[in-house]
Design a protein around this ligand. Structure first.
Ligand SMILES: NC(=O)c1ccc[n+]([C@@H]2O[C@H](COP(=O)([O-])OP(=O)(O)OC[C@H]3O[C@@H](n4cnc5c(N)ncnc54)[C@H](O)[C@@H]3O)[C@@H](O)[C@H]2O)c1
Length: 371
């Protein structure tokens, strides 16, 4: 890419803003164009990043001759149209998770991406945490032998649920697994690379968040093709005063010759203060329903702001993608196929908890819908 990257960012909210600001730091990004259906949001980010072009019309942005790559950072339910428009141009894509929220649309998006030979990656930011990259390498080297069981537990502050669901009335597929458990599931599947799930059995509870059109928690048990057990559990109903701003994770991986136990709940750096702490995600002016005075520092997944700059995994993830585009590096980003698979697996957990029956895997998107 001798002439530099001409970057189009579609969706200028919380995450699009982080990516666009980082783009301005990277020497290979020579042109930045922005689009958001909410004009004020687009214009504010354009002013803050000194963008070269700003619009509310996706087609007008993608038609610009400078564009060579696209970030899709629209809301969860709004990924498909921008992806399909960008695929028609053949641009490499960075798509925020989930690939889509409808399994049939996800399959058609994946087909379009693969049929057109597009290099499309999905924003599973945890893959860029040094600790997980280190674990991945130990597993690659076979240091704990053959993995036989994996247990994953995600705990989330319910502020994230309120912030995410208050943006849309279309909440049918905005379950804890589809929206957020997908991060932990992606990490677990990545660490178990080479194994394929053959069955999942799950249960959910919706006592608190049922009135929001979602569930409090989903716990599931996958069986892999080699007999490995994978227990995937998420609750995103922790109280708003919980010190974790967003996400806390634990993963235990047991092998025939060793074990890796990952404590990623961010309890290693704790602040207690008389000053109110900001909400984790503050998308679209969201105001939390309660104030936290204790904070697990580091529990905001994109990273930490210091002196106006974001440091942490979303920086690594975004800048590494620019290097992938500019230099052709093989990077740890999730592929579109992995993103599609993650959606189907999270929805299979939801289907099992709905029917009360185990779900055989792999499952076709149509069967998930019918279920
Ligand atoms: N990787 C991570 O750690 C991480 C963290 C949070 C969110 N996300 C994902 O990032 C995505 C965006 O989340 P967010 O928190 O930034 O949301 P947000 O609501 O803050 O921003 C989304 C923006 O997209 C705009 N938009 C919606 N439809 C559009 C369209 N058709 N064309 C142009 N603009 C459109 C909205 O007006 C809004 O400004 C979601 O898929 C979310 O799940 C990823």
């Amino acid at each position: 890419m001798a002439d530099g990257i001409g970057l189009a960012v579609i969706g200028c909210g919380t995450i699009g803003r982080i990516r666009a600001v980082l783009a301005r730091e990277h020497p290979h990004v020579t042109w930045l164009g922005l689009c958001d259906v909410h004009e004020a949001t687009a214009k504010q980010l354009a002013a803050d990043t000194e963008a070269d072009f700003v619009t509310t019309d996706i087609a007008a942005l993608l038609a610009r001759p400078e564009v060579t790559a696209v970030i899709v950072s629209t809301d969860e339910n709004q990924h498909v149209d921008p992806i399909m428009q960008a695929v028609a141009y053949g641009f490499p894509l960075f798509i925020e998770k989930p690939l889509a929220t409808d399994p049939i649309e996800s399959a058609s998006v994946l087909k379009a991406i693969e049929d057109n030979g597009i290099d499309a990656v999905i924003g599973y930011t945890n893959r860029f945490r040094r600790r997980f990259l280190g674990v991945k390498e130990r597993l690659r080297q076979g240091q704990i032998g053959q993995v036989t069981s994996v247990v994953t537990r995600a705990f989330m502050n319910r502020m994230v649920v309120y912030a995410t669901l208050s943006k849309t009335k279309n909440r049918t597929n905005l379950t804890p697994m589809v929206v957020s458990g997908t991060h932990s599931l992606d990490m677990s599947m990545w660490l178990m690379e080479g194994k394929s799930p053959v069955e999942v059995y799950a249960r959910s509870v919706d006592t608190l968040l049922g009135e929001w059109g979602t569930k409090d928690a989903t716990f599931g048990l996958f069986t892999m093709d080699d007999g490995t057990l994978f227990s995937m559990n998420i609750s995103w109903a922790l109280p708003s005063v919980w010190p974790g701003a967003v996400y806390g994770l634990e993963i235990g991986i047991v092998g025939t010759e060793g074990v890796i136990d990952i404590e990623d709940t961010h309890r290693d750096v704790i602040m207690a203060t008389e000053h109110p702490q900001p909400a984790g995600y503050t998308s679209r002016g969201f105001e939390p329903d309660a104030t936290r005075y204790v904070d697990f520092l580091g529990s905001y997944p994109p990273g930490d702001i210091s002196n106006g700059m974001l440091w942490g995994p979303m920086r690594e993830e975004t800048l590494t993608w620019f290097n992938r585009l500019a230099k052709g590096f093989d990077t740890p980003h999730a592929t579109a196929r992995e993103g599609h698979s993650n959606l189907l697996l999270t929805m299979a957990m939801d289907l099992s908890s709905k029917t009360g029956n185990p779900v055989k895997l792999p499952i076709e998107p149509e069967a998930l819908i019918q279920g």
